[in-house]
Design a protein around this ligand. Structure first.
Ligand code: FES
Ligand SMILES: [Fe+2]
Length: 413
């Protein structure tokens, strides 16, 4: 959560930060060091990324006994699926002398969690089962005093979120209002069929700022503009730590693909409006959810330096087609891989541009209100502030769901 450590100021000039959350229309982008200075990156890791953030689709951790370690802003996290089906997150540190329990980035499947150093052995729920050697008979040694440190962990509609600091507050508050945007797509029932990993030479915020506007679409996305009018749609005005908006599908398109046709089936139960739109959501700070009539695309960002970000992009489809022999997801994957790469080229160019000492924070166009939503919240977090209603842009709609689009009919995918 962006404001979890209120009062902790980012190492940036206060006046330049305040300009980023000035009212929409008079604001400017974040100051240049926010994108290039390792000290700001470290502050973000210790503040923004120590609260609720996404570790990807939870399907990857479905089997009981699965143990995966992931590096986060607040140290290593060990995700473990218990025999009881519950996914838990622990600090990836042994209660003996601190060895990592599972090497960073590795997944194993075992009936217990075994430290590789002196073989302390934990149950899948984190309780210490035994400590070998003389501990067995050691007077005063009480196993119950040494469980693994359990962290906040939530599975939400097929994604896993962790709160390593324990200061992220209630996840329900964090995602307030997002439920009604996402729930109808039932992403937890979809099956991931393809995923791509990208390593970008750019700051994580540049990627989200780019995702939050289609002002650039006529310039760099000719294929996208053929299936979704870049001026269409509106942004939402959410209560929780997220933001986003929708765009219409072109009258001749049933989904986002190179020719506008679908190679899959519609997600069951969508409304007419959901069948004619694509919803783009940023769940702070690092999950991008793109809800299509027939598939859900996920981008999970993992910043690794001020100028470097890993992005995993995955595509999930209704089980009915995902498990069909010979199902080909390329109509969606190829379209978005092309579009991703167009975006990544722009983002990396922005990052190179921002290395110039002559780079100064620019103004935002009216079409960039979504960028303002993101930038102003980051700016307020830098300033040790929470969200303020008076700093919010005037949205195009007060609705939290899209209005009936002009092209709405009973089209099917
Ligand atoms: S550090 Fe883990 S068993 Fe010793
Ligand atoms: Fe784009």
């Amino acid at each position: 959560m962006f404001n979890q450590l209120r009062g902790t100021l980012a190492p940036l000039p206060a006046d330049a930060v305040a300009t980023a959350y000035a009212p929409f229309g008079s604001s400017r982008m974040l100051p240049r060091p926010a994108y290039v200075d390792p000290a700001v990156y470290d502050w973000e890791q210790a503040n923004i990324f120590a609260g609720w953030s996404c570790l990807g689709r939870s399907e990857k951790y479905a089997e009981p006994g699965t143990q995966t370690s992931i590096q986060t802003g607040a140290g290593g996290v060990l995700l473990v699926r218990g025999d009881d089906g519950v996914l838990r997150a622990f600090a990836n540190v042994c209660r003996h002398r601190g060895h990592e329990l599972v090497p960073c980035g590795v997944t194993v499947n075992k009936r217990s969690i075994v430290c590789p150093y002196h073989a302390w052995n934990y149950r899948l729920d984190g309780e210490l089962r035994n400590a070998p050697g003389g501990f067995r008979d050691a007077e005063g040694f009480d196993k119950t005093e040494f469980p693994l440190a359990e962290l906040g962990c939530v599975e939400w509609h097929g994604w896993v979120f962790v709160d390593p600091s324990g200061e992220g507050g209630s996840f329900t508050d964090h995602a307030a209002g997002l439920e009604q945007v996402v729930a109808n797509y039932k992403p937890e029932d979809l099956v991931t069929v393809a995923s791509h990993s990208y390593e970008l030479e750019t700051n994580w915020k540049v990627i989200i700022e780019n995702y939050q506007e289609c002002y650039h679409c006529p310039s760099i996305h000719p294929e996208l503009c053929r299936v979704s009018p870049p001026q269409s749609g509106e942004n939402l005005d959410p209560d929780g730590e997220w933001m986003g908006g929708w765009m219409d599908l072109d009258a001749n398109a049933t989904t986002m693909s190179l020719d506008g046709t679908s190679g899959g089936v519609a997600i069951p139960g969508l409304t007419d409006v959901e069948m004619r739109t694509v919803m783009y959501v940023v769940a702070f700070p690092n999950l991008l959810i793109s809800l299509h009539p027939d598939y859900v695309m996920t981008h999970t960002l993992r910043p690794v330096a001020a100028d470097r970000t890993f992005v995993e992009c995955s595509w999930a489809f209704p089980r009915e087609v995902a498990e069909r022999p010979g199902f080909d997801p390329s109509y969606a994957v190829d379209f978005w891989d092309l579009t991703n790469r167009q975006d990544w080229a722009a983002c990396e160019s922005v990052q190179r541009g921002l290395t110039s000492p002559h780079a100064k924070p620019g103004p935002l166009a009216p079409e960039e209100d979504g960028v303002y939503q993101f930038v102003s919240r980051v700016g307020r977090a830098y300033a040790g502030l929470g969200r303020a209603d008076d700093a919010r842009p005037s949205m195009k709609s007060e609705d939290v769901v899209p209005a009936e689009p002009a092209a709405a009919d009973d089209a099917t995918v």
